[in-house]
Design a protein around this ligand. Structure first.
Ligand SMILES: [Zn+2]
Length: 705
C-alpha cells in the first residue's frame, strides 16, 4: 500500500532567485536540522546543501520500510514486482525520469527438501523457521522455505564429516588426521568466507553433499540475547543464500558476458558451472542432533563452536540422507532506474544503487538501503521543486536478484558497458544500510579524501556528531578512519570489476544475527536496528550529500594521487610479504604512477583543461582493469582489488598474483605481475600525456571554476 509523502513548505524567495541562475550560495547558513546537529558539524554548507540535509525524515523512513517489508519479496515474484512499481512511483513523484528494466534470468526455488539422519539414531530436520508470537510477520506463507540457491535437485545418503568452516585449510587438518570427505556429506558452519567457497571446496574435495549450519558462537546466543529478546540468531533461524562460486562469470549463469534479454541465446544449464552437489542450510537446532551423534577424532580447539556438545569429526557411523528438488526456470526480474539529467554535463553520470529483492522480508538486507535511497530521491525532489537541476546526471538504481548473485546489476552493466565506461563518474552503493549505529565505508582510494570531507558535514543519527566522527570513534587508537577494501558481495562488484568505475559502499552496522532469515523483519528493525529510524535518515543524508557534491563540483572529485600512493604502499607490502617474488618492475611502475599523479594533482584546473582533466579522472579506474581478466578468474579484472578466491566477500589486493602464489603457478604469477605493470604503465602514460593549457574542444561553461 502506498502512502502520501510528507510535504514541506516552499523555499524562501531569495533562494529561488539564486537557484534560477544556477549558482551555489557559498556563505555559511543556518543549519535547519530540528536537533542539536547544527553546532556539531562544519559550517559553510550552501543553502541547497542545508536543504538537502534537512529533507530525510525518520518517520517517513519508518513508513517506507513498513511498505517495503509488508510482504516477502524474493526476486522474480509478484511481490517483488510490486516493490518495483512502488519504487518506480516514488522516484517519479520525486521528479526522476524512471525506467523499469526487465531481464529474463535463470533462478532456482525449492520445491521439496528432506534432510534426515538415518544412523546411529533417526532425526528428521524441520528445515522451517517457526512463527514467533512477538513478530506477526514471521507467519507469512509467502516466505520461501529455507534453501541453498544453486543447489541441484539430488538424492544422496552418506556418512557425515564435520569440517569447521569448510575452507581449504580445514581440509588440510582433516588430511593430517587421515580423514577424507570423498563420498561423504560435509557438515560445515557458516562464517569466515562467502558460502559459495564452502560449496566449491567441498565439491573439489569429493564430498557428495553439503550441510551448512549457523553455529551459536558465530551469530547466536554466544554473541548475546537471541531474537525476539535480542538481535542474535535463534535456534530455529536459518541463513539462506547463494552458493554460486565467485570464480564463475557473474550475473545470470546462462548468459555470461551479455544482457539476459528475452530471446537472447543461452547456455545449457549443465554448462553454466553451477554446483553439482546438493546443499542445504540448517539452523543449529537441526544441526545439533547430527553433530552430537558424531564420533571419531575430537575436533581441533578452534573448530569448537558454541553448542553444549563435544565437537567431533565423525567416524562414518553418522549417516544423513538428503533429498532436494529444485524448481529451476527462466524468470523475469525488474531493475528500476531513475534519472535526473544533468544541466551542464548530461553525459557524466553519478550512479547510486541498492538492491531491492530480499530472501524474505529483508528489513535490513536490503530494504533499509531501499528506504535510504527513497529518502535520497525525496531530498533531491525537494531541490527540484526550487528549479534546481544537477550539473551532472544523477541516476538512482534499484537492482533485482542481487541475492542470487548480483544478477540485476550485472545484467544492466553488461547491457550498458560501453556507455558506462564512457560516462560514469562513480557508483555509490548501499546494501544493508542500517543494522546498528556504527557507520563504515569501503571505497577505492580516489574517493577517500572527498568522502571523509563530505561525511564531516553530515550529522549522524544522534545529531551530536558527524558521520565521520561516528566512524572515527569506533577505533580511538587509529589516527584516521580506515576505508574497507572492496571485494564482492554486493552490487558494486560489476561496476568495479567489469566496467572499471570508482566505487564506494556504506553501511551503519550493529549486532545483527537474523541475516537472510524470516526474522530480518520490520519488527526486528523497530526493536533493535533503528527504533527511531534516525539512522536511516542519517544514511540518506550522507548518501545524498556525496551525490550532490559529486554532481555539482566543477572538478570531478576523484583524487588520483591518493590512489597512486596507496597502490605504491600496497606494492611495497606485497614485496615484503613475498621476498622470493621479483617485484622490481611492479615497484618501479607504482613509483612512476605516483610521480605522474603528483604532477597531475599539482597542476591547477583551468577553463581550458578542466573538461579533459575531468575525463581522465573519470577514466582512471578503468586503466586498472586487465581486459582479459585475472589468471584463472572470470569474475575479476581489476588488477589491484578483487574478491579473494577463498574469502569471496573480502577483497584481496593484487589477487591475481596472490592466487597464483597459493597454487605455486610460476607462469600465472608472471602473467599477473605483467597485468599489473601494464595497467599501471598505461595509467602513467595517460596522466603524463594529458595536455595542459591546450584549448579543449568540449565547451566549458563560463564561471565554473
Ligand atoms: Zn543485500
Amino acid at each position: 500500500m502506498l502512502f502520501s509523502i510528507v510535504t514541506r513548505g516552499s523555499l524562501p524567495r531569495f533562494l529561488v532567485t539564486c537557484l534560477a541562475c544556477g549558482a551555489l550560495l557559498g556563505g555559511p547558513v543556518v543549519f535547519p536540522l530540528p536537533h542539536r546537529a547544527a553546532a556539531k558539524v562544519r559550517s559553510g554548507l550552501s543553502a541547497l546543501e542545508s536543504q538537502l540535509l534537512a529533507a530525510p525524515a525518520p518517520e517517513r523512513a519508518r513508513q517506507t520500510l513498513r511498505t517495503l517489508t509488508a510482504k516477502p519479496h524474493l526476486a522474480g515474484t509478484p511481490e517483488d514486482y510490486a516493490t518495483a512499481l512502488y519504487v518506480r512511483d516514488e522516484l517519479q513523484r520525486a521528479g526522476f525520469d524512471v525506467e523499469l528494466v526487465e531481464y529474463e534470468v535463470y533462478l532456482p526455488r525449492p520445491k521439496s527438501r528432506r534432510v534426515e539422519m538415518t544412523a546411529p539414531t533417526k532425526y528428521r530436520c524441520t528445515l522451517t523457521e517457526p512463527t514467533l508470537p512477538d513478530d506477526p510477520d514471521s507467519a507469512s506463507p509467502l516466505a520461501v522455505p529455507t534453501f541453498a540457491a544453486w543447489s541441484p535437485s539430488a538424492k544422496v545418503e552418506a556418512p557425515v564429516v564435520y569440517v569447521n568452516y569448510g575452507l581449504p585449510r580445514d581440509y588440510e587438518v582433516l588430511e593430517k588426521l587421515g580423514v577424507s570427505v570423498q563420498g561423504k556429506i560435509a557438515l560445515v558452519r557458516y562464517g569466515e568466507c562467502y558460502r559459495g567457497v564452502k560449496a566449491q571446496v567441498a565439491q573439489e574435495k569429493g564430498a557428495v553433499g553439503l550441510l551448512v549450519y549457523s553455529d551459536p558462537k558465530d551469530d547466536g546466543y554466544v554473541q548475546g540475547k537471541t531474537y525476539p529478546d535480542g538481535p542474535w540468531r535463534t535456534d530455529n533461524c536459518v541463513q539462506r543464500g547463494s552458493y554460486r562460486a565467485f570464480t564463475q562469470p557473474p550475473g545470470d549463469p546462462l548468459t555470461p558476458g551479455r544482457p539476459a534479454k528475452k530471446g537472447t541465446s543461452r547456455l545449457a544449464p549443465k554448462d553454466a558451472g553451477l554446483p553439482r552437489i546438493p546443499i542445504q542450510p540448517l539452523s543449529y537446532r537441526d544441526a545439533l542432533p547430527i553433530l552430537e551423534s558424531l564420533r571419531g577424532p575430537a575436533a581441533p580447539k578452534d573448530w569448537i563452536g558454541g553448542l553444549p556438545i563435544e565437537y567431533r569429526i565423525g567416524n562414518g557411523e553418522t549417516r544423513v540422507r538428503m533429498a532436494l528438488t529444485m524448481d529451476y526456470r527462466l524468470r523475469t526480474i525488474w531493475n528500476v532506474i531513475g534519472t535526473l539529467t544533468g544541466r551542464d554535463h548530461p553525459d557524466e553520470w553519478i550512479l547510486l544503487g541498492n538492491h531491492r529483492d530480499a530472501w524474505v522480508y529483508g528489513a535490513v538486507d536490503p530494504s533499509s538501503g531501499t528506504t535510504a535511497m527513497l529518502e535520497v530521491a525525496r531530498a533531491f525532489g525537494e531541490l527540484r521543486k526550487t528549479g534546481w537541476q544537477p550539473r551532472r546526471t544523477i541516476k538512482l538504481c534499484s537492482w533485482d536478484a542481487e541475492e542470487y548473485g548480483l544478477i540485476g546489476s550485472t545484467e544492466w552493466v553488461e547491457e550498458h558497458l560501453t556507455e558506462l565506461r564512457e560516462k560514469a563518474v562513480c557508483y555509490l552503493n548501499v546494501d544493508s544500510a542500517v543494522s546498528g549505529d556504527n557507520f563504515r565505508a569501503s571505497a577505492v582510494p580516489s574517493l577517500w579524501s572527498f568522502t571523509k570531507s563530505v561525511l564531516q558535514d553530515v550529522p549522524d543519527a544522534s545529531g551530536t556528531r558527524s558521520l565521520y566522527d561516528n566512524w572515527r570513534a569506533q577505533d580511538q587508537k587509529a589516527s584516521e578512519v580506515r576505508f574497507g577494501k572492496l571485494g564482492s558481495g554486493s552490487d558494486y562488484a560489476p561496476f568495479l570489476q567489469l566496467a572499471g568505475i570508482a566505487c564506494l559502499d556504506m553501511a551503519s552496522t550493529g549486532s545483527y544475527g537474523v541475516y537472510h532469515s524470516t526474522y530480518d523483519s520490520f519488527r526486528w528493525m523497530e526493536k533493535f536496528g533503528d527504533p527511531t529510524f534516525s539512522r536511516h535518515a542519517a544514511m540518506a543524508r550522507g548518501w545524498a550529500l556525496l551525490a550532490f557534491r559529486l554532481a555539482e563540483s566543477p572538478r570531478i572529485e576523484l583524487n588520483l594521487l591518493d590512489y597512486a600512493r596507496e597502490i605504491e604502499r600496497l606494492a611495497r607490502e606485497l614485496a615484503q610479504e613475498h621476498p622470493q617474488l621479483d617485484a622490481t618492475a611492479l615497484l618501479d611502475a607504482a613509483r612512476d604512477l605516483t610521480i605522474a599523479a603528483e604532477a597531475f594533482e599539482t597542476e591547477p584546473d583551468t577553463q581550458a583543461t578542466l573538461a579533459i582533466r575531468n575525463r581522465l579522472r573519470r577514466q582512471f579506474e578503468g586503466f586498472l582493469l586487465a581486459p582479459e581478466g585475472l589468471p584463472k578468474r572470470y569474475d575479476a579484472r581489476h588488477v589491484v582489488y578483487a574478491p579473494g578466491v577463498f574469502s569471496g566477500y573480502g577483497a584481496e589486493v593484487f589477487s591475481g598474483v596472490r592466487y597464483a602464489l597459493t597454487r605455486n603457478d610460476a607462469a600465472d604469477v608472471a602473467r599477473a605481475m605483467e597485468q599489473i605493470v601494464t595497467a599501471l604503465k598505461k595509467a602513467t602514460r595517460t596522466l603524463q600525456g594529458q595536455p595542459s593549457g591546450k584549448k579543449d574542444t568540449q565547451p566549458v561553461r563560463k564561471g565554473v571554476l
